[in-house]
Design a protein around this ligand. Structure first.
Ligand code: PEP
Ligand code: MG
Length: 550
């Protein structure tokens, strides 16, 4: 038996083959070909495969998130067949006697540049679609695995750790669980695992050896154990646990459709955190009552250039419309620190977590901010959108944000574009300054949402990316719980609602404390909604105490 010990960051037991994540190498190199006919046949096969993949993606979207997101893939499929585009590829292939990969890439670049240079904003946004298609066809020509996993059966994905942009591109249908050498409970792999409701163990260090690739493994996301060739006792323990977990899942399904209310009538809003429209399927499956945090960064992390207003609008509208009138809190871009995007060309910093990130970037780059706000307000006409600003420390920042919102609303009104002028505006409370200033900030906004991941990092002076801090990184520290109470008191004094959207919201052991504090909303990974609902429905708010704050 091989036993590896890490940190369990997403509960559950699962068995599957370990598969080491391969960073896809999809660099296209130009080569001369002699048999042009054979090259054309390779190209036709890759185009066909691309069409089939895109149609399958459109079908999946239609089932999980609705028609709007399916249309995106259908548009991509149309590009694969576009007459002008395919004629240009054929011409390059003939003229240069080169490989199909190179011809597709060159034609794609020329096409994308042509779209980008058009006056119409909608047509400019199509440049991104061409780039996407242009990568898909060569990937099929070169046999680069879609979503980084070249396996027919679902696997336990093993990796050093995964960057936010990598987690976005993974083919989630092929993942049973995660095992990583690095990472922490707040890492993006952990957050993704909890969203998907699958087990994850991180911090396994060098114990997780590449030579285990392909071996059958068991992971326990509660105890943090990863086991190969378990002995009889371990196998029985794991199998029993798996069985209990399945039974519990069945039991929790009875919670679907039930109200989020305590026995003595205190209502709690249970919302979900999502990282992209792909997560909507999990929200629906778990009966989330709204979106409390939509991390809009995914649009920026997944792109090679600034996403256009139309691209953003389409993504926000899809989520707002799919949630059917339920509240969707969309956070403006939170780039910087651990979420780096090359085209932002941010200066290298000694302490990026305390550097140019989140709202600071937006306030320093009004054009980037304006584009996102326009897209958000346009989407507000299609559902109950709320806008949230991250990393706030000062009153003047919120005032500037409000000014930017007002100016965007005036522009849209002048252009006759529909939007909801009463769109709620809120802030993330995730810095110690925002706690100290909570009474002043509460007068300026419609809601607070506590980001306990960053609040813990900044209050306890503990880097959330550092794996070695162990007991020092303690989100249960009374300082954090007192800070949350201070923010809640300020919010209620000003008559606004307060939620928690950091990972602590899903920590069921703290539910009595949050009820005693008077938290109005908990935004959690979709997989936590039903267990949390079950606990709320058993609770009596009036008997909950503040003892954990002492
Ligand atoms: C937080 O800081 O708690 C939060 C929800 O935001 P993020 O994890 O994206 O920084
Ligand atoms: Mg944060």
């Amino acid at each position: 038996m091989v036993l590896m010990q890490g940190k369990g960051v997403s509960a559950g037991v699962i068995k599957g083959k370990l598969y080491f994540y391969q960073r896809p190498d999809n660099t296209v190199v130009k080569t001369a070909v002699e048999d042009l006919q054979a090259e054309k046949e390779r190209l036709a096969a890759a185009q066909q495969a691309s069409m089939e993949q895109l149609e399958a993606l459109a079908d999946k979207c239609r089932q999980e998130t609705g028609e709007d997101s399916a249309i995106l893939f259908e548009t991509h499929a149309m590009f694969v067949e576009d007459e002008d585009y395919t004629a240009m590829i054929a011409e390059i292939l003939e003229d240069e006697g080169c490989n199909a990969e190179y011809a597709v890439k060159t034609a794609g670049e020329q096409f994308a540049a042509m779209f980008a240079a058009m006056d119409d904003a909608y047509m400019q946004a199509r440049a991104g679609d061409v780039q996407d298609v242009t990568q898909r066809i060569p990937n099929n020509l070169m046999g680069v695995a879609e979503g980084g996993i070249d396996s027919d059966e679902p696997v336990i994905l093993a990796a050093e750790d995964l960057a936010p942009s990598e987690t976005l591109q993974l083919d989630k249908t092929k993942i049973l669980g995660f095992a990583t050498r690095g990472g922490s409970g707040n890492s993006h792999t952990a957050i993704l695992a909890r969203t998907m409701g699958i087990p994850a163990v991180c911090g396994l260090g060098d114990g997780l050896k590449e030579e285990y690739n392909g071996r059958l493994a068991y992971i326990d996301g509660e105890t943090g154990k990863v086991v190969l060739d378990p002995d009889e006792i371990t196998l029985t323990t794991l199998t029993d646990k798996y069985q209990r977990q399945q039974e519990m899942k069945q039991l929790l399904l009875t919670m679907k459709g039930q109200e989020d209310v305590t026995l003595d009538g205190k209502k709690m809003m249970i919302y979900c955190n999502i990282g992209s429209p792909d997560d909507l399927g999990a929200v629906k499956a778990n009966d989330g009552q709204g979106i409390g945090l939509f991390r809009s960064e995914f649009l920026y992390l997944a792109a090679d250039d600034y996403p256009s207003e139309d691209e953003q609008f389409e993504a926000y509208r899809a989520v707002a419309a799919a949630m059917d009138g339920k509240r969707v809190v969309i956070r403006t871009l939170d780039i910087g620190a651990d979420k780096q995007v090359d085209y932002f060309k941010l200066n290298k910093e000694e302490n990026p977590a305390m550097g140019m990130r989140a709202i600071r970037i937006c306030l320093n780059r009004p054009e980037v901010f304006r584009t996102q706000l326009r897209a958000l307000y346009r989407a507000s006409a299609y559902g109950k959108v709320a806008i949230m600003f991250p990393m706030i420390t000062s009153v003047w920042e919120v005032k500037e944000c409000r000014r930017a919102c007002k100016s965007v609303m005036s522009e849209l009104a002048a252009e006759g574009i529909p939007f909801n002028p009463d769109t709620e505006i809120g802030i993330m409370v995730e810095t110690p300054a925002s706690i100290f200033m909570a009474e002043d900030l509460a007068k300026l906004v419609d809601f607070f949402s506590v980001g306990t991941n960053d609040l813990t990092q900044y209050t306890l002076a503990c880097d959330r990316q550092c794996n070695d801090l162990g007991k020092f990184f303690d989100p249960h520290h009374p300082a954090i719980l007192r800070a949350i109470k201070q923010a809640a008191d300020a919010a209620h004094k000003a008559g606004i609602w307060i939620g928690i959207c950091g990972e602590l919201a899903g920590d069921i052991s703290l539910l009595p404390t949050f009820l005693a504090i008077g938290i109005d909303e908990l935004s959690v990974s979709p997989s936590v909604v039903l267990p949390l609902r079950a606990e709320i429905r058993k609770s009596i708010a009036q008997t909950c105490t503040l003892e954990r704050l002492e």
